[in-house]
Design a protein around this ligand. Structure first.
Ligand code: ADP
Length: 264
């Protein structure tokens, strides 16, 4: 299963991605997590991304595209993946299409988690409170101000992807306002439907192929039958000429000769 999860910050992409990973034994690729790891490790990419991320802006396309491209080449991707937080711009989506084409990977679906914007700020606030309660480090971009900026970025840069994938008949929208459990169930229902449709398409293709092969086998046999029928017909013509036909000609010819002779 190869999926993209699309939705604004706080839509529940991370939560659902983790559940899908457990159920389908696939890998979650979160560019946000990968970038945070790069920042923590102090890599050149991390140094470049640090300030940008803290402000709520988007890291340049070529950086995230590079990260994803490298990651897709890893052997653990064989079983499938969920992209969470990528693509986030139309150029990223176009680059991903190219990458997948080059690597002969088929994208199964893009699942959009649709949520009311008014709920997002509250969701992120409770996420922050829960993280604090667990003693975890809180993301520096999880403040109301930065969240407002991230939402604005989502609207202008990422939301156009809804149209992009719907045009390519990949988009499936799920109501992200349902409970976590219900959203998971809804996503799994959609994925099962895709699986069933794929199986039906594969069966149809296999049947068409069998029919083609059968026709190809029948054709030469038919042609041979036709040829032998033709040969038989020809042979009959030679062996048994139509009654009178052969006789008539000489008679006619003979008559002509006698007529000519009579004239003389
Ligand atoms: P969110 O909760 O907003 O979905 P993420 O953890 O996915 O947060 O990303 C956090 C930050 O990492 C973003 O605000 C952005 O700066 C950067 N980032 C993550 N993915 C991308 C991407 N595909 N393109 C550009 N920047 C990204």
């Amino acid at each position: 299963m190869r999926l993209i999860l699309l939705g604004p910050p706080g839509a529940g992409k991370g939560t659902q991605a983790q559940r899908l990973v457990a159920k389908h034994d696939i890998i979650q690729l979160s560019t946000g997590d990968m970038l945070r790891a790069a920042v923590a490790a102090g890599t050149p990419v991390g140094m470049q991304a640090k300030e940008i991320m803290a402000s709520g802006s988007l890291v340049p396309d070529e950086i995230v595209i590079g990260i994803i491209s490298d990651r897709l080449d890893q052997p653990d991707m064989k079983n499938g993946f969920i992209l969470d937080g990528f693509p986030r711009t139309v150029p990223q989506a176009e680059a991903l299409d190219e990458l997948l084409k080059k690597k002969h990977i088929k994208l199964d679906a893009v699942v959009e988690l649709r949520v009311n914007e008014s709920a997002l700020l509250q969701r992120v606030e409770s996420r922050v409170a829960e993280m604090r309660a667990r003693g975890e480090e809180v993301r520096i971009d999880d403040t109301p101000e930065v969240l407002t900026k991230r939402l604005a970025q989502y609207r202008s840069m990422t939301e156009p992807l809804i149209h992009y994938y719907s045009e390519r008949r990949k988009l499936l929208t799920v109501d992200g306002m349902l409970t976590i459990e219900q959203v998971t169930r809804e996503i799994n229902r959609i994925l099962a439907a895709i699986d069933a449709a794929d199986a039906r398409a594969a069966a149809k293709k296999a049947q068409a192929k069998r029919a083609r092969v059968a026709k190809a086998v029948k054709k030469p046999a038919k042609a041979a039958k036709k040829a032998s029928k033709g040969a038989k017909k020809a042979a009959t013509k030679v062996a048994k000429p139509a009654k009178g036909k052969v006789a008539r000609r000489p008679v006619k010819a003979a008559k002509k000769v006698t007529k000519k002779r009579a004239k003389r």
